[in-house]
Write a protein that binds this ligand. Structure first.
Ligand SMILES: C[S@@+](CC[C@H](N)C(=O)[O-])C[C@H]1O[C@@H](n2cnc3c(N)ncnc32)[C@H](O)[C@@H]1O
Ligand SMILES: O=[N+]([O-])c1ccc2c(c1)CN[C@@H](CO)C2
Length: 273
């Protein structure tokens, strides 16, 4: 697709996101059955287990963790906040950055109670359940910024947002395939965020497999690039990452709740050499 066509497609995607509804999105994806901590086959516990394992492996270390396309969610940094002493959250929409700020400042009006998530990750860490208040305090202490981002820009963040060496680790969940008009744009976006990472740093990437749309709010139908495992691996390779591990979760029937047509979820741990 030539430059003009690409710009139009990206602008159309941005227009879709103007109607994104953080509270509805959280309700659709981050409450039972998809976030049922009593069910071994629920999606969110699987994601938290992948992230806990990856963030506690020795090769993942440093000062700065950046979350790409945070949305209104915090689950993706609940393990990372124990490893990195500085976490930067990012999103394209002010409504999402506001939602994150509300939690950060412990204000009323958060759209979701993150306590069960904090408790579950404490359990994964072998800590007593009541340590969730310490984890919440730790997370509030390490979150240094909540910044605007556009992964379709060659430079997704403001020029002075990161140290010149780059981030030590990136995490990104359900963002790139949900904001890209096609596979080529998805791969280009991977290349753009690659530049934010220092050599030897890691990318922990979670995404949807086989998904062609999702609802970002009542009647807010957002197109998604349907990916399969081979395409994820090929795109990571094409954008100069070394894939360390790919794990896949297949949705049981009752996790298909009508808010999207996702069939699976992937977790990739990759490195920038
Ligand atoms: C499906 S949500 C994922 C939210 C969260 N990371 C999660 O795991 O649920 C996709 C997010 O990408 C953000 N987004 C939309 N366009 C973007 C862009 N061009 N660059 C970066 N993020 C974008 C949206 O605002 C939204 O928060
Ligand atoms: O089950 N989940 O934990 C979960 C969380 C977020 C999202 C999905 C599934 C599937 N759709 C994506 C948007 O493309 C967002």
């Amino acid at each position: 697709m030539e430059e003009k066509g690409r710009e139009k497609a990206v602008a159309a995607m941005a227009a879709c996101y103007q109607r994104f509804d953080p509270a509805a999105y959280l309700q659709y994806n981050y409450t039972p059955p998809r976030a049922d901590f009593a069910r071994k086959d629920s999606i969110v516990p699987w994601k938290l287990a992948c992230l806990h394992r990856a963030f506690t492996e020795d090769d993942v270390s440093g000062e700065l963790l950046v979350d790409i396309g945070s949305g209104p969610t915090l689950y993706q940094v609940l393990s990372g906040c124990e490893v990195f002493n500085k976490v930067i959250l990012t999103d394209f929409l002010e409504v999402n950055r506001q939602e994150l700020r509300r939690w950060l400042q412990d204000e009323a009006g958060c759209s979701l109670d993150w306590t069960p998530y904090l408790q579950h990750v404490c359990k994964l860490e072998g800590r007593r359940l009541s340590a969730w208040t310490e984890k919440a305090a730790k997370l509030r202490q390490v979150i240094a910024d909540i910044l605007p981002i556009d992964v379709h820009c060659s430079q997704p963040l403001a020029p002075d947002a990161l140290p010149s060496a780059g981030a030590d680790c990136l995490v990104s969940c359900f963002c790139l395939e949900s904001v890209s008009p096609d596979l080529a744009a998805f791969t280009r976006a991977l290349g753009h965020i690659w530049k934010l990472l220092r050599p030897g740093g890691h990318l922990l990437l979670i995404g949807a497999l086989g998904e062609s749309y999702y609802f970002g709010g009542p009647g807010v139908r957002i197109p998604v690039v349907p990916l399969n495992e081979a395409q994820v691996c090929a795109s990571l390779k094409e954008s100069s990452y070394t894939l360390i591990r790919l794990e896949v979760y297949t949705l049981p029937q009752d996790m298909r709740v009508g808010v999207d047509d996702v069939t699976g979820v992937f977790f990739a741990k990759a490195r920038k050499d």
